[in-house]
Design a protein around this ligand. Structure first.
Ligand code: UFG
Length: 323
């Protein structure tokens, strides 16, 4: 297929773009390089630099004709979204609206969208199924939920075939592609940074109603997550919008992540207890039964230590990230 990957120079987008090239798809990467990295463009993919908020550019890009779009480009920091909700809605909702309109004009019939566990807010039941109530607790989650709903409506109205993948906590690296965010706010890269530099990492909250008082998350290897996108390309028929959660179904607490990182790196890693971070739910664990049953997806790297050791290897190969 000929595929357009928005945000294909970012962490998850670059891994998926490289998997698409490897699978023999003609792959075009659209990225504004605000968060993505030029060096994260996979060999064999054609880059197009520009912004989804630029309507004319988006229309022109889609007009060359694609079989499908994988849409990763978005702002994705929960804390930042609380401080700057307008920017989150503009980027995530208006950017997607431009993309959907251009796809409609060009007759592009297939979409895979990067949704998030953040749409569920503080779930009543864990593991979380796709049928759980969607009550996001921050503008990042709300903006992604608004897009999910918009996509559903466009599927109904125009016969688009779309799949939303709701990611839980992505970790690890895929070949020469790894995690390099500025600023970095995610637990695993920060724990590994502390290991590399001999500095400390903060544990945000030790009074959660969990087994050791720290927050529990479901970590999924970025390569496993990537493979789900290739399956998702064919998951929906025209007019259908499929939604799948993507995690391992196992949760690890912040303390367990730090412990695992100590084993992987052989470093002592200083962890300092700190107050809760605003907006963090106590536990987010996915039920991925639906995608396993419908699409035959199965994680190949479910172990937390594998994810941490792949991230650690990437970090040691790229001490300054992509710079
Ligand atoms: N944490 C720490 N110390 C740190 C960083 C994080 O204790 O230095 C804790 C957080 O408070 C949280 C857990 O580690 O309890 C995981 O935090 P991350 O920042 O790594 O990930 P989040 O769970 O906050 O967010 C991620 C994605 C979001 C997505 C969410 C859905 O970044 O985009 O998963 O599960 F919405």
């Amino acid at each position: 297929m000929k595929l357009l990957v928005t945000g294909g120079a970012g962490y998850v987008g670059s891994v998926v773009a490289s998997q698409l090239v490897e699978a023999g798809h003609e792959t075009v990467v659209l990225d504004n390089l605000s968060k993505g990295h030029r060096a994260a463009l996979p060999d064999g993919a054609r880059p197009v630099e520009g912004d989804l908020l630029d309507e004319g550019f988006v229309r022109e890009t889609l007009a060359e004709g694609f079989d499908g779009v994988l849409h990763f480009a978005a702002l994705s920091l929960v804390g930042e979204s609380v401080e700057q909700p307008e920017i989150y809605y503009r980027n995530n909702v208006c950017g997607t609206l431009n993309l959907l309109e251009a796809m409609g004009e060009a007759g592009t019939g297939r979409l895979v969208f990067s949704s998030t566990a953040a749409v569920y807010g503080e779930p009543e039941e864990v593991p979380i199924r796709e049928s759980a109530a969607t009550l996001p607790t921050n503008p990042y989650g709300s903006s992604k939920l608004a897009v999910d709903r918009l996509i559903g409506a466009v599927c109904g109205a125009r016969g688009l075939a779309a799949t939303s993948l709701r990611y839980f906590n992505v970790a690890g690296a895929g070949g020469r592609f790894g995690e390099d965010h500025h600023p970095e706010t995610h637990l695993i890269p920060l724990v590994l940074k502390a290991a590399a530099e001999g500095s400390s990492v903060k544990i945000f909250g030790t009074d959660y109603p969990t087994r050791d008082g720290t927050a529990v998350r479901d970590y999924i290897h970025v390569e496993d997550l990537g493979r789900a996108h290739l399956l998702a390309l064919e998951a929906a028929g025209p007019g259908e919008h499929s939604v799948y959660n993507l995690g391992n179904g196992a949760g690890f607490s912040v303390r367990e992540v730090v412990e695992a990182a100590r084993r992987v790196t052989g470093k002592s890693i200083d962890a300092v207890e700190a107050p809760r971070r605003a907006g963090d739910p106590p536990a987010l664990v996915a039920s991925s039964q639906k995608i396993q049953a419908d699409l035959g997806w199965k994680p190949e790297k479910p172990e937390l230590e594998t994810m941490i050791s792949d991230a650690w290897a990437w970090m040691r190969d790229h001490p300054n990230g992509y710079e």
